[in-house]
Design a protein around this ligand. Structure first.
Ligand code: NAP
Length: 245
């Protein structure tokens, strides 16, 4: 791999950390960018910057000022604003862009999955249940604020109000084991699980646990990717793409 270029990795995911690790091991000049949402983030090796860029225009200006040679957007599949900004900014600044996005989850025999297009639609889909497990993350919980069910919310940092009136918060960071997920679902007598289609192994155990307990799962579909941006699904494929350049 050429060791002259500077790679900006838009991060906040395990894939972004693993990509930074692989690039640092290859002696590549890598700068990882985090939004700064999590109080105590797991930092990747190499240089790290924290905080937004000021939209697509801000990122375009930043890319030009900081002489970045290539951008890898390895943000979460639901970080749609950042992904759209990266696509627009890379075009304006004429910097090559690669999207690294892990595949979504696939239903297995025995799963009762109910797909919806938004958090609001997920809230409507669980209206008939009494005990709901919300694993959609801290952001966007306002969509569920009107629920009268008992809601179990799991997030890394404490969620901001408004929350459902009867909410129990569990502060935990993945990965989660199947045994732990089964115990949590049983302890809180969960009747339905709500999740985004984040994909990946780190948080997939809740889906297996739901299957074993014959619980329905409401899944929020991913936002569409910006057209025309080359996309890979694994860190190895991202490294190979960078090597080819
Ligand atoms: P978002 O809605 O797409 O982005 C909101 C704003 O946050 C962006 O416009 C940008 O601010 C800033 N931002 C986001 N990612 C950034 C990054 N890697 N570096 C610098 N600024 C960034 O994103 P989000 O859903 O709030 O996610 C924030 C971070 O958490 C991302 O890094 C994402 O990978 C991670 N994450 C998200 C989820 C999720 O479910 N959404 C789950 C796990 C991890 P400016 O416009 O000012 O540049």
């Amino acid at each position: 791999m050429s060791r002259t270029g500077r790679v900006l990795v838009l991060g906040g995911t395990g894939e972004a950390r693993r990509l930074a690790t692989a690039l640092v091991a290859e002696d590549v000049d890598v700068l990882s960018s985090l939004a700064g949402r999590v109080a105590d983030p797991r930092l990747p090796p190499g240089e790290v910057r924290i905080g937004g860029f000021g939209g697509a225009a801000g990122l375009a200006a930043w890319l030009t000022e900081h002489t970045v040679d290539v951008v890898v957007d390895a943000t979460h599949p639901f970080a749609a604003t950042m992904t759209a900004s990266a696509a627009a900014a890379a075009e304006v600044a004429r910097v090559p862009l690669l999207r690294l996005q892990r595949p979504g989850w696939t239903a297995q025999p025995g799963d009762d999955w109910r797909w919806v297009d938004s958090l609001e639609a997920a809230a409507a889909a669980v209206a008939g249940f009494d005990r709901v497990f919300l694993t959609t993350g801290r952001k966007g919980l306002a969509a569920f604020a009107g629920l009268t069910a008992h809601c179990l919310v799991r997030s890394v940092d404490p969620p901001d109000p408004p929350l459902p009136a009867r909410t129990t918060v569990v502060l935990e960071r993945g990965p989660f084991s199947l045994d732990d997920e089964l115990a949590l679902l049983r302890e809180h007598a969960v009747q339905v699980v709500v999740t985004k289609d984040s994909g990946g192994a780190m948080t997939a155990a809740k889906l297996v646990a739901a299957r074993e307990l014959a619980l329905p799962v409401v899944l929020v579909r991913r936002p569409a990717l910006p057209p025309g941006v080359p996309t890979v699904a694994t860190v190895d494929d991202a490294v190979a793409w960078l090597c080819r350049r």
